[in-house]
Design a protein around this ligand. Structure first.
Ligand code: NDP
Length: 407
């Protein structure tokens, strides 16, 4: 049985819901806290976490009267203790404290830590059978098969919080899983949608951070510009909904109004629409199986005027092609894809490599990994994390030659 509920057949929950937000100080965290703030009578905050932003975390913990606050950076414990002094809010620091936050009893968990660091905390929530709104796509990209198996075994409920997957989740409810023929994930195309390959190669950080529609964290914004984010989402969709790569299509839709579509056997295509505002999919996860009152602006299609669609360009955006290659290779290749991309993006931010070299580093890392005979099934979080670390080291070792090579 899938851990993603494909029907709204769960009884509605009444009364106060205990919630935990992992990555509370980030962009998804901010949208989640905004929704919680709107209905304080419905939610009690159990735990909140951050990486190093003690000030932001303490402010939220005090505002929402959280029971526990955790910061991943162990050196920040003293600072967090001082900021929460006299409030009665318990706190901790280090990776274990973030895992503890996820493991504490709450009904609903937002998993919105950035990067592969989110895997263990999300698993801690999954293992106690919680309802987990999953924004952290790296959990699925790094350890998808294993993550979904653990969720099903623990009877956890995984609600897709990423906008495209939430759209698919909503559209899927209008048919049976075995009637699905394919899913379509939309992509805005990012800031370089119409740019020539030579210009994309030289793009600056400031240009990559100018997303046309969405306001998001830095890493995901850069991934949107390279379309690596769409690649990560293809992999994410594959694990969430048990889809083969051939059942997942990407369509560029610059207005970002339709987020995802499902085609059924009778050729009906069911789409979910909404303004590009993460509070919409998060509100769907927060309310599920009911609908709550949203905070995003209503959609006015007459103002938008046109919805347009284009095929993705796998040549100018090789990151998307590489995601399909990694998904087909399986056996940890998607973990390598993600790890190499994280190294490449960090190097681009530090101006060590050009924008165009991000995909080259990912491709070279994947090829080298496969050539060395490293592909093997992953059966635990530790195995996934070991592959992630090894792939990061490999990508870092390949970085100088990629940086030196002109396109
Ligand atoms: P941000 O960078 O804005 O926020 C990340 C959050 O995770 C912050 O609270 C940060 O703390 C915390 N964090 C970072 N590193 C660690 C770590 N090593 N250990 C524990 N906590 C950590 O990211 P986003 O909110 O943009 O994205 C979060 C996740 O959601 C990502 O996986 C992303 O792909 C996914 N997502 C995001 C979307 C968006 O619109 N932003 C859309 C769909 C999915 P601190 O503030 O202290 O650094």
């Amino acid at each position: 049985m899938s851990a993603v509920p494909l029907r709204n057949d769960k009884p509605a929950t009444h009364g106060v819901r205990k919630v935990t937000v992992l990555g509370a100080t980030g962009s998804i965290g901010d949208s989640t806290m905004d929704l919680l703030r709107a209905s304080p009578e419905r939610y009690q905050v159990e735990a909140l976490t951050a990486n190093s932003n003690v000030e932001g975390l303490a402010k939220l913990a005090i505002e929402f009267n959280a029971r526990f606050a955790a910061v991943a950076d162990p050196a920040k414990l003293g600072e967090l203790r001082a900021a929460l002094d006299g409030t009665g809010i318990a706190c901790g620091a280090g990776e274990q404290a973030v895992i503890e936050a996820a493991a504490r009893p709450s009904d609903w968990v937002m998993a919105a830590v950035a990067g592969a660091a989110g895997l263990k905390p999300a698993l801690a929530a999954v293992d106690r059978g919680a309802t987990v709104a999953l924004a952290n796509k790296e959990c699925l990209v790094c350890a998808g098969e294993f993550f979904m198996e653990r969720a099903a075994a623990a009877n956890a409920c995984i609600l897709p919080a990423d906008s495209e997957h939430n759209a698919l989740f909503q559209a899927l409810a209008s048919g049976n899983r075995d009637e699905l023929t394919k899913v379509i994930i939309t992509a805005s195309g990012g800031p370089f949608r119409t740019w020539a390959a030579a210009d994309i190669e030289q793009a600056t950080l400031a240009q990559a951070l100018k997303h046309p529609n969405w306001s998001m964290g830095q890493k995901i914004t850069i991934d949107s510009a390279s379309m690596m984010n769409k690649g990560l989402e293809v992999i994410e969709a594959s694990w969430l909904f048990a889809l083969t790569p051939d059942e997942i299509e990407v369509v560029v839709h610059p207005q970002s109004i339709i987020h995802g579509m499902v085609e059924f056997s009778d050729r009906s295509v069911v789409a979910q629409l909404g303004a590009p505002d993460m509070r919409i999919p998060i509100a769907h996860c927060l309310g599920w199986p009911e609908r709550i009152i949203g905070r995003a602006a209503p959609l006015d299609l007459t103002k938008i005027g046109q919805l347009t669609f284009e095929a993705p360009d796998f040549v100018r955006f090789p990151g998307l092609r590489l995601a399909y290659d990694a998904l087909r290779a399986g056996n940890g290749a998607t973990t390598v894809y993600n790890a190499a991309n994280e190294i490449a993006v960090a190097a681009f931010v530090k101006e060590q490599i050009r924008f165009g070299a991000i995909a080259r580093l990912v491709e070279e890392t994947l090829n080298s990994w496969i050539r060395s005979g490293n592909l093997a099934p992953l059966s635990s979080a530790d195995e996934a994390i070991a592959v992630d670390h090894k792939a990061r080291n490999l990508a870092a070792s390949l970085l100088p030659q990629i940086a030196a090579k002109a396109s």
